[in-house]
Design a protein around this ligand. Structure first.
Ligand code: HEC
Length: 112
């Protein structure tokens, strides 16, 4: 009786560890943003207006090197980029949500 209980506990623990390992694996594979890809996208689609270091090339453009406009959740920034804002064009036709999340992760590295 006692040993049975120990055995099943051990099995549960093993399954638990396996499930945690799987979650971590999935997490790394599909949720983590790719900052290098974000950098490429930024150079191609954003740099003209936002500058190589995110300082903004025109009046009214936020300065990412000072963290301006970045105190918002990723989901909110994705919406803004999909739909455009003021002088900024909408990107939903050119960029997937996945790519927008990559470029947002890159924006967050520009803060000094
Ligand atoms: C044609 C110039 C232009 C391009 C290209 C451009 N932006 Fe912008 N961006 C702006 C301007 C202007 C604003 C300020 C909009 C406002 O507040 O009215 C802005 C604002 C933003 C903001 C702040 C949004 C907010 O909620 O206040 C983010 C984030 C941003 N841009 C990211 C990007 C990214 C990422 C790209 C490339 C995928 C990009 N921008 C391309 C001009 C541009």
């Amino acid at each position: 009786m006692n040993t049975d209980l120990k055995n099943s506990n051990g099995k549960i623990r093993m399954w638990f560890a396996a499930i945690i390992a799987l979650i971590l694996f999935w997490n790394g594979g599909s949720w983590a943003a790719d900052i290098d890809n974000g950098k490429r996208i930024y150079a191609k689609h954003c740099q003209n207006c936002h500058g190589a270091h995110g300082q903004g090339q025109l009046p009214g453009v936020p300065d990412f090197s000072r963290g301006e406009s970045l105190m918002q959740p990723d989901s909110r920034l994705v919406e803004v980029l999909r739909n455009g804002k003021g002088m900024m064009p909408a990107f939903r036709a050119q960029l997937q949500n996945r790519e927008l999340l990559d470029v947002i992760a890159y924006l967050r590295t520009l803060r000094r």
